[in-house]
Design a protein around this ligand. Structure first.
Ligand code: AP5
Length: 230
């Protein structure tokens, strides 16, 4: 299923990962980006980098993120517009955690049109909500390369260390159990309506995100390949 991608093949559009916190968007978006040598654009990672560097943007975003709420569009849209101007985005890119509201999606649609991109493909990660808490509280991320692990489901070979580069694994500040509820509530209220929005446009593909990482990855590659044939 996944072997029909040759190394030189490029993504020809934006692929958007949509789904609740802990559904596996980051895990799968990174993998898809790797396969197509396309940039992985995670607004969450970009914001966390600003927070870590203590930029003024990071200082504004940090208290909002630590409450599990969405950061205002005035911050996020500028960050995205600047990022997709870069030359590595010419052939397409993988969005992880963006857009997150219908207003962001409408803005993005216009931006993609202006840049001459095809309409995006939206990978909708559909998951049994009972799995989310374990996935979120078990998550550990490499401080160096950002690789994602899970102490229950996908542990590293050596505890606390990344398999790829030996980097220290850390827990995200918003992965504490008491922040998970507000994050899921924000998703239901502000982001879940995006599924209906993109379904109406014929852009949405449902993926069963409850399965194993490899099974989910194979389903995603299949829908991306189907879309590229059209
Ligand atoms: P963001 O970083 O985007 O977080 P999120 O959407 O809450 O999603 P997560 O990163 O928690 O989960 P994921 O779906 O990527 O799962 P993962 O692959 O890691 O946003 C953080 C914050 O930034 C927001 O709350 C908001 O404040 C702000 N923000 C970001 N974008 C914004 C925007 N556009 N507008 C406004 N504000 C914005 O997997 C989870 C765990 O499960 C891992 O441990 C993994 O190893 C494991 N796992 C994955 N797949 C499987 C599988 N198939 N089987 C078993 N385990 C699995």
């Amino acid at each position: 299923m996944t072997s029909d991608i040759r190394p030189h093949e490029k993504l020809d559009r934006a692929v958007i990962f949509l789904g609740p916190p802990g559904a596996g968007k980051g895990t799968q978006a990174k993998e898809l980006a790797r396969r197509f040598s396309a940039p992985h654009l995670s607004t969450g990672d970009m914001l966390r980098e600003h927070v870590a560097q203590g930029t003024s943007l990071g200082q504004r975003a940090q208290p909002i993120m630590s409450r599990g709420e969405l950061v205002p569009d005035s911050i996020v849209l500028r960050m995205v517009a600047e990022r997709i101007e870069r030359p590595d985005c010419t052939h397409g890119f993988v969005f992880d955690g963006f857009p997150r509201t219908v207003a962001q999606a409408q803005w993005l649609g216009e931006l993609l049109k202006q840049h001459g991109f095809k309409q995006p493909l939206v990978v909708h990660m559909v998951i049994d909500p009972a799995l989310l808490l374990r996935r979120i509280t078990g998550r550990r991320t490499c401080k160096v390369g950002g690789e994602i692990y899970n102490v229950y489901e996908r542990p590293p070979k050596v505890e606390g260390r990344c398999d790829n580069d030996g980097g220290e694994l850390e827990q995200r500040a918003d992965d504490r159990e008491e922040i998970v509820g507000p994050r899921l509530a924000a998703y239901e209220k502000q982001t879940a309506p995006l599924a209906a929005y993109y379904r109406r446009l014929g852009r949405l593909r449902d993926i069963d995100a409850s399965k194993s990482v490899d099974e989910v990855a194979a389903s995603i590659v299949a829908v991306v390949n189907d879309a590229r044939k059209l």
